[in-house]
Design a protein around this ligand. Structure first.
Ligand code: BES
Ligand code: MN
Ligand code: ZN
Length: 507
C-alpha cells in the first residue's frame, strides 16, 4: 500500500472512493460542504432524509453522484466534539478500513479536515492515521498453507490543506516507518515457538543489518556469555536444547562519541515456567514472551528508516525456558554478571534473570538512558489491564519523557512506585537476593529486582505483559505495543539533541 498526501480539491481527485466527515446533528465538515456543492446538494439531501445524522462511527456509502471524479463517497459520522478522543479516532479509522477492505477498493482519498481527533495537530493526526491503517491491513499467514488474499488497496491518499502539508509529509514518513517496525514486531510475536527461537531472533537481527547500512549486529553465544559471567541469563536456558543468545544491534545516526539510548528486550521465545511449570491453560500464549525483544527490534527498524540523528543500541536477551534434567531448580543459586548472587526460588520468574545480566552488560555503552521492555509479570495485567504498559524508573525525567511520549503516540504507559520499602521483599537467607518477592506487588518487586542492576545510569522498565498481545478469540495476536512509544521517545530525544538537523517534526 502506498500512502500519499494531496492538497487538491476532493471533487477532482481521481480515486475509487472519497471519505468525508459529518459532525453530530448533521453539521457538514468543510470538505463535506464542498462535495455537497459539487454534487448539487447530495450530502445535505442524505441528512435531510433522516438516514444519516453524523453520529460517531456512522457510515453511509453514496455512489455515482454527479459533479465529482470519484464514483463513491463514504460519509462518516464524527459525532460530538467530546467524541474525538484517541479511542474514538481509532474506532473511526478501523471502521473506515473495514469498509474499504470489504469493498476491495484499489484506491481511496480520505479528507477529514482534522476534525476526527480533538487536538489540532496535523502531524499527530496524520501519523496516527498512517500507523493505524497499516496495522488494520496487517495479516498473519506465514504458517498457513493457504495464503491471505493480496491486499487490493494500493493507493491511500490523505487530503490535507496547504498549510498542513509540510507536517503531513513528515508525519507520513514517520508513520510508515513506525508502522513497519510495528508490523515486524507483530510478525515475530505471532511466529510459533518452534520457529521463533533465540537463534531465529539473532538471524532476524542480522538480516535487518544487511537491509540498513546504519545498523550493525553482534551476537554473543553461550560460550561468550559464560566468559562474561552471565550465569543468571544462562541458567534460564539450561533446560532447553535451544542455545541462548545475546543480540546487540547498534544504530549510529548521531555523532560518533554521542552516548547512545539503549533498549533492552526480554526475548524468552517460549516460557513454560521451567521446573516451576505453568498450568496448561493458554500456555501457547507464552510464545509471546519475546515481545519485549520484538518491540526493540521493530523500534530499531523504524529508527533506521526514519534516520534519526541519534545513536540507539538494542540488546536482546534471548532464551527458551524449559523443564529438563539440566534445568535450573527452585533453590538454585547463581552468580550474575554484576557479581551479585540470586536464589532462584521460582524458575518461572525467568525474565528478570535474563534481563539483569543484559542490564549489566549495557553499562559498557555509557548510555544516555536505558529502557528495558518485557512481558515480565502477570501481576501487571491485574494492576493495569490491557490498556497501559507498566512504567517503573529510577529517574523522574526519563519517566516523564516516556509517559509523555506514550500519550503523544497513543501507546500509553502508567507509573507504579519503585520505593525502597518494597526492596526487602526480595531478601534471601542463601543469596544476595531472591528472584521473587511473594504474592503482593508482583510488578513492583520484579522492577525492584532489576533496579539492583541499573544503578549506574538513568533507567526505566516497561512491563508489557498486558499490552503486547490480544489473548484468545478472533483478534488473538501480537499488537506491536511499545514500538510507537519508544519511537516517539527517540524522536523527542533527537529533537532535544539537535533541533536543526531534524527540523520541526511536530508541535
Ligand atoms: N512471562 C511471564 C509473565 C506473564 C504471564 C506475562 C502471563 C503475560 C501473561 C513471566 O515470566 C512469569 O511467569 N512471571 C511470573 C512471576 C512470578 C513467578 C513471580 C508471574 O507473573 O506469574
Ligand atoms: Mn515465567
Ligand atoms: Zn516469562
Amino acid at each position: 500500500m502506498f500512502f500519499e498526501i494531496l492538497t487538491d480539491a476532493v471533487e477532482k481527485i481521481s480515486t475509487e472512493c472519497i471519505v468525508i466527515g459529518v459532525e453530530a446533528k448533521g453539521t457538514l465538515s468543510p470538505t463535506a460542504e464542498k462535495v455537497n456543492t459539487a454534487t448539487q446538494g447530495a450530502i445535505q439531501a442524505l441528512i435531510d432524509s433522516g438516514d444519516f445524522s453524523g453520529t460517531a462511527g456512522e457510515q453511509q456509502l453514496l455512489r455515482n453522484l454527479p459533479g465529482i471524479s470519484s464514483s463513491r463517497i463514504l460519509v462518516v459520522g464524527l459525532g460530538k466534539k467530546d467524541e474525538r478522543k484517541d479511542r474514538h479516532y481509532r474506532k473511526l479509522i478501523k471502521g473506515i478500513n473495514q469498509t474499504l477492505a470489504k469493498l476491495k477498493l484499489k484506491s481511496v482519498a480520505i479528507a477529514l479536515d482534522g476534525l476526527a481527533s480533538e487536538q489540532a495537530d496535523p502531524y499527530r493526526q496524520t501519523r496516527l492515521l498512517t500507523e493505524w491503517t497499516s496495522a488494520d491491513f496487517y495479516q498473519y499467514d506465514t504458517t498457513k498453507s493457504k495464503k491471505a488474499d493480496p491486499l487490493s488497496l494500493e493507493q491511500y491518499v490523505i487530503v490535507l490543506s496547504k498549510e498542513d502539508v509540510e507536517f503531513g509529509e513528515s508525519a507520513l514518513l514517520d508513520g510508515v516507518a513506525i508502522a513497519n517496525g510495528i508490523n515486524a514486531a507483530r510478525e515475530l510475536g505471532n511466529l510459533p515457538g518452534n520457529i521463533c527461537t533465540p537463534t531465529y531472533l539473532a538471524d532476524k537481527a542480522k538480516a535487518l543489518a544487511t537491509e540498513f547500512d546504519t545498523l550493525k549486529v553482534k551476537v554473543l553465544d553461550e560460550e561468550k556469555m559464560e566468559k562474561l559471567g552471565m550465569h543468571s541469563l544462562l541458567s534460564v536456558g539450561h533446560g532447553s536444547v535451544q542455545p541462548s543468545k545475546l543480540i546487540i544491534i547498534e544504530y549510529r545516526g548521531g555523532k560518533k562519541d554521542e552516548a547512545p539510548h539503549v533498549l533492552v528486550g526480554k526475548g524468552i521465545t517460549f516460557d513454560t515456567g521451567g521446573i516451576s511449570l505453568k498450568p496448561g491453560a493458554a500456555m501457547d500464549e507464552m510464545k509471546y514472551d519475546m515481545c519485549g525483544a520484538s518491540s526493540v527490534i521493530g523500534t530499531l527498524e523504524s529508527v533506521a528508516e526514519m534516520q534519526l540523528p541519534i545513536n540507539v543500541t538494542a540488546v536482546v536477551a534471548a532464551a527458551e525456558n524449559m523443564p529438563g534434567s539440566q534445568a535450573t531448580k527452585p533453590g538454585d543459586v547463581v552468580t550474575t554478571m554484576s557479581g551479585q548472587t540470586v536464589e532462584i526460588l521460582n524458575t518461572d520468574a525467568e525474565g528478570r534473570l535474563v534481563l539483569c545480566d543484559a542490564l549489566t552488560y549495557v553499562e559498557r555503552f555509557k548510555p544516555a538512558s536505558v529502557i528495558d521492555v518485557a512481558t515480565l509479570t502477570g501481576a501487571c495485567i491485574v494492576a493495569l489491564g490491557h490498556h497501559a504498559s507498566g512504567l517503573l524508573s529510577n529517574n523522574e525525567t526519563l519517566a516523564e519523557s516516556l509517559l509523555k511520549a506514550g500519550d503523544y503516540a497513543s501507546d500509553r504507559a502508567w507509573p507504579l512506585p519503585l520505593w525502597d520499602e518494597y526492596q526487602e521483599l526480595l531478601d534471601s537467607n542463601f543469596a544476595d537476593m531472591a528472584n521473587i518477592g511473594g504474592r503482593s506487588a508482583g510488578t513492583i518487586t520484579a522492577a525492584c529486582f532489576l533496579s539492583r542492576f541499573t544503578k549506574n545510569y538513568p533507567w526505566a522498565h516497561l512491563d508489557i505483559a498486558g499490552t503486547a498481545w490480544i489473548s484468545g478469540g478472533k483478534e488473538k495476536g501480537a499488537t506491536g505495543r511499545c514500538v510507537s512509544l519508544l519511537c516517539q521517545y527517540l524522536i523527542d530525544q533527537a529533537e532535544l539533541a539537535d533541533s536543526d538537523a531534524l527540523g520541526d517534526r511536530h508541535h
